[in-house]
Write a protein that binds this ligand. Sequence first.
Ligand code: ZN
Length: 170
Amino acid sequence: MEIKIIGDPVLRRKAKRVNFFDSALRTLIGEMVRKMYESAGVGLAAPQVGLSIALFVFDDQSGEGAKEVVNPEIVQTSSETLLGEEGCLSVPGIYADVERYRWIKATYYNRYGQLKEIELEGYPARIFQHEYDHLQGVLFIDRLPKETKAILKPKLLKLAKSSKGVTGSR
Ligand code: ZN
């Protein structure tokens, strides 16, 4: 399992819904959780490891450990937004303030195919929105003001260039 870096087309694809809640899915979730911790990330979406399916894992540091999220839908959001710094394992070395909804309500399925509803606020809501974006083919850099994007552009191009055709690299 290797982390895909910006420039890899899988990061730009809309992920397909998961239809089978089988042992293969549970194994995959376990591997993604391990990869997330190994990479010191707070979230990891399946497209980031080359799989275009609607699945991500995250750990909001609340002490509850890693959570898996399958086929999520954000069903309600606050009108209020917050700015906060984000980075991404697929966009290494780049950190920037991103505007996100302060509060969200979402539905998703767990590894057993049970439908869940969750309300998140602040940091956990931010992580959820960041990972949810990955399933739509959206990266946090897409949400930056265009002035910030312009400043980051040379760095991003360099990352994209080095990511292409280089397998086994981060
Ligand atoms: Zn990310």
